[in-house]
Design a protein around this ligand. Sequence first.
Ligand code: SAM
Length: 238
Amino acid sequence: MKKEIEYLKKYYNGSINDAIKRLEAGEPVQYIVGNVDFYGYILNVNKNVLIPRRETEELVEEVIKRSKMFNSPVIIDVGTGSGAIAISLSKELKTHVYASDISEKAVDVAKENSINNKADVTFFKGNMLKPYIENNINVDILVSNPPYLRKEEKVEDIVKNNEPHLALYAKNNGLEFYENILINAKKVLNDKFLIAFEIGETQGEDIKVLALKYLGDVNVEIKKDLSDKNRFVFVYNY
Ligand SMILES: C[S@@+](CC[C@H](N)C(=O)[O-])C[C@H]1O[C@@H](n2cnc3c(N)ncnc32)[C@H](O)[C@@H]1O
């Protein structure tokens, strides 16, 4: 709590006493302040979007490195939430990015963040890869941090009671959205491609099996985050 109060004092503009009351009632400090710093970009956040996490900055960093394998890649961010991944990639790579979310309210937040940061992102509202399939968009790099928690998974109260469940939970042992993307991936991916997933720490091997099942002879790499947990899967053909 001490750390959060320090954070409030530094970043909150309104009455600090009201803010502390909200904190004590269990609200995340980022929603109270109303924005976060993600990869050096200030993003508005509210209860309609997941608060972007540090691991996701690591995902962005890794995608930036791997993007050098492509010449002007077409990049998509599936389940964009606040727009964190799409906006930071657009800014860092000085390129256009497509992003989508099933939640109209999340897309509204992401659009506002994109404008505020002068990023070059086109947004769609839609289910997983559907907007890209419908718009005949051929993709080189597909990035996604989809919902991946199992319904019965133990989740901190502050997360469960505040962040949108649409952003957290997935059926089929948390694998629903990885499988949905991998089943349909061939409809959007170019021959040379990279899929970059953020994952739950126990899901790597299952996602590898799904990637090989739906995409055939491709490279699959499970990668740890800075806390030494398996948190990313890269599926690629280059
Ligand atoms: C874990 S959050 C990730 C948000 C953001 N990309 C980030 O990394 O901070 C997952 C996002 O997927 C979206 N989502 C859930 N189901 C979806 C679906 N069927 N199609 C597209 N997006 C979906 C949620 O609304 C949420 O914004």
